[in-house]
Design a protein around this ligand. Structure first.
Ligand SMILES: [Ca+2]
Length: 149
């Protein structure tokens, strides 16, 4: 085990945050809640520029963290879930696999082919809404634990 591996292990088993400045740690990942607004695809590009991706909550705990933290930060946030490829089939962008957690607000999704991207909707206390992918909202990037060099 080299020094870097050791630091990563320490980060993962302790309360030390190993996220870059401005990112928020939850479990073994780091999240950036943007201040700027972008369309869904532009948001995805911005996240990619930081060696990250639009957040893809894989379990209820993570999804609820994103929802609650979005309320703290304030605003509407894109995440990396869409039904762009096939209407009504909600998938994570990475791997294009069906969602494992569903936090759509009751009554959502409700906009069919006019809305193919998932946003944490402020008026729903952060629960999900299907939205037009071209709308410009804040967004949440997700990265693996990062250690400042
Ligand atoms: Ca749709």
């Amino acid at each position: 085990m080299n020094v870097i591996d050791l630091v990563v292990v320490l980060c993962c088993v302790s309360s030390i945050s190993c996220c870059m400045n401005g990112w928020t740690q939850f479990e073994n990942k780091c999240y950036l809640f943007s201040r700027q607004v972008e369309s869904w695809i532009e948001a995805s590009t911005v996240c990619g520029g930081f060696n990250s991706k639009l957040a893809e909550p894989m379990n209820t705990n993570t999804s609820h963290f994103l929802i609650s933290h979005s309320q703290i930060m304030g605003g509407i946030f894109w995440i990396g879930i869409s039904d762009i490829i096939q209407e009504g089939k909600w998938i994570y962008s990475t791997g294009q696999i069906p969602i494992k957690v569903n936090n759509f607000q009751p009554g959502e999704p409700n906009a069919g082919t006019a809305a193919n991207c998932v946003a944490l909707w402020a008026a729903f206390y952060g629960y999900w809404a299907d939205e037009n992918c071209l709308a410009r909202y804040k967004f949440i990037c997700e990265a693996d634990n990062m250690v400042a060099a």
